[in-house]
Each structure stands twice: as C-alpha cells, then as structure tokens.
Design a protein around this ligand. Structure first.
Ligand code: CAA
Length: 268
C-alpha cells in the first residue's frame, strides 16, 4: 500500500520520500503510481499532470532521505518484529519533533511505539486499498499517543482528501476490520453450511448491502493471507470466533486471491 499512500500525498501537493528495500520494488511502485495517476487525470479527478505529481516523489533504498521529513508512514508487511525494526531505524533518522505513523491493520500501535524514543509521537494511520480511491483513514492512538499527535494526524488525513475516523481507544481490528470480520465469518458460515453459494452471498452483498464488491470478492482483493492474519489477531485478542475453514484452506493451497490469480474466484 506504500506506493498508494505516497501517490495520495503527492496528489495533495506534498513532497514525498518513498523508501523500499530494492530498486525492483521501487520501479514497480513507480509504474503503478504513474498508471493510477493517468487514470485519475483522464477521469478529471486530478487537475495536475501525472508527471508534475510524480516529480514530488523521490525514491530511495536508504533511510537517509527521511532525515528531513515532518511525518513518516510505515507500510511494511504485518509482522511485529519487522515493524519494530523499521520504527527503530526511523526513530534514529527522522527529526525528533516529527510523527511516526504505522499503516497497520491489526498490530497494536503501543507494541510498535515502545521501540522508539518518542512514544507520544507514534500513531496508527490506516489507509484502505486502493488508497487513491478509498476515502476512509482510521486514526488510532496508542495508550502513549499525545492529543497533539492525534490532532495533527487527523488534519493531515483531511489535507490528503480523506475522511478520518478518530478512534478513542486502541482495539484490535479498529472499527472497519471488526465489521469486516463479522461479514466474513457469516458469509463463510453460510457457504460451509450449504445455505448459499459464494456467488449468491456476493450478489446479496452487492445488491442488498450496496457494497462495491461482494464479500468473497473483497477478500480476494485484500489477499486471503492478509484476511486470515487479521481474523487470527482479532480473535486472539478477544473477539468471538466462528468455525470456518475455507479461508485457511485457500491460504494453505497458496490461492491468495487477485495477487496469485486464484482465490475464491479466478483472475486472468
Ligand atoms: N487508481 C486510479 N484509478 C483506479 C484505481 C486506482 N488504483 N483502481 C480503479 N481505478 C479506476 C478504474 O480505472 C475505473 O475507471 P473508469 O471508470 O474510468 O474505467 C474506476 O476506478 C472504477 O474501477 P473499476 O471499473 O475497476 O471497478 P469498480 O467500480 O468496482 O471500482 C474499486 C474499483 C474502487 C476497487 C471498488 O470496487 C471498491 O471500492 N471496492 C472495495 C474496496 C475496499 O473495500 N477496500 C478496502 C479493503 S480493506 C483494506 O484495504 C485494509 C485492510 O485493513 C485489509
């Protein structure tokens, strides 16, 4: 999601430093941002040319470029040790007065904050895929986060054209994924009980709940490995569980959704 968030910040006129572990990944990110910006430009959603927006984004494989940033957003995979390692590095390089945000969808913000020397300046800032189109941003304080940090992050989300939801407390799955989990659980239960097919559940979600995608379709889009991790974290931290094995079986078969060409549906 990192390149999507970088794109959104640049669209809002901000200078962006995009850091990743290899130039291969960064070049792919560049292609995706350019493609997305072209589509937004052609549809009249943005007025500035894709080239002028891309010129605001500097890419690097070194943390050094972060030494002048006002705000850093981490979007590495959902592995606590990896997040802590990245936060440790950012804490060394990013100016002491700047905020460090994590785009995590499940890892407790406090666990990440504890690895830094600025716990009150660490916050959750959770975007949704695809970031250029999805309006919601969840802003999640940890038990250490200062009010000033929360206010700044809410304002920044608005400057990025988003609609922030400010959580009062840090709960697993925040607001959106707790609801998403319930939808997934019930959809999975209905299918496994033979009450309805995947297609029928998805048709109902689209045509009754007015969701832009069906529930299984959305799970494929998010990535079934991501879904299973989310499910696990939210349940481990106290939410009730429903016995459904379809998601886990798909992940074991490496059918992860859109990104592998097959999940509950098949993709060209
Ligand atoms: N950048 C720019 N434009 C894009 C784009 C992108 N990344 N993705 C799609 N578009 C454009 C398409 O080109 C298309 O433009 P035209 O109408 O000119 O052809 C337009 O947007 C609509 O796209 P599609 O026709 O492909 O399909 P759609 O109408 O279904 O829209 C969608 C696609 C916006 C993804 C929509 O299906 C949607 O909102 N789905 C739900 C997404 C969602 O819930 N995301 C959250 C997932 S959870 C998460 O991310 C976080 C977590 O914690 C797991």
């Amino acid at each position: 999601m990192g390149h999507g968030i970088a794109e959104v910040a640049a669209i809002s006129g901000m200078e962006v430093k995009l850091i990743d572990v290899s130039w291969d990944i960064l070049n792919r990110a560049k292609e995706r941002m350019t493609d997305s910006l072209k589509r937004l430009y052609e549809r009249g959603v943005i007025k500035d040319s894709p080239d002028s927006i891309m010129s605001l984004i500097e890419m690097s494989v070194s943390y050094d470029v972060a030494k002048s940033v006002d705000f850093a957003i981490e979007a590495v995979p959902e592995i606590l040790d990896l997040k802590r390692k990245v936060f440790n590095e950012l804490d060394k390089v990013v100016p002491k007065e700047s905020i460090l945000a994590t785009n995590t969808s499940s890892i407790p913000i406090s666990d990440v904050a504890e690895t830094t020397s600025r716990k009150q300046k660490v916050i959750g800032m959770h975007f949704f895929n695809p970031p250029p189109l999805m309006k919601l941003v969840e802003v999640i304080p940890s038990k250490y986060t200062s009010e000033e940090t929360v206010d700044f992050t809410v304002d920044l989300s608005k400057k990025m054209g988003k609609t922030p939801v400010r959580l009062r407390v840090e709960v697993p799955g925040f607001v959106s994924n707790r609801i998403f989990l319930r939808l997934l659980q019930e959809a999975c239960r209905e299918v496994e009980a033979g009450e309805a097919t995947i297609e029928e559940v998805d048709s109902t979600a689209r045509n009754k709940l007015n969701l832009p995608m069906g529930i299984f379709e959305l799970a494929d889009y998010v990535g079934l490995d991501v879904v299973v991790d989310l499910w696990k974290v939210i349940v481990e931290r106290g939410a009730s569980d429903v016995k459904c094995s379809s998601f886990k079986r798909k992940v074991e078969a490496k059918e992860l959704g859109v990104k592998t060409g097959k999940g509950f549906y098949t993709y060209p």
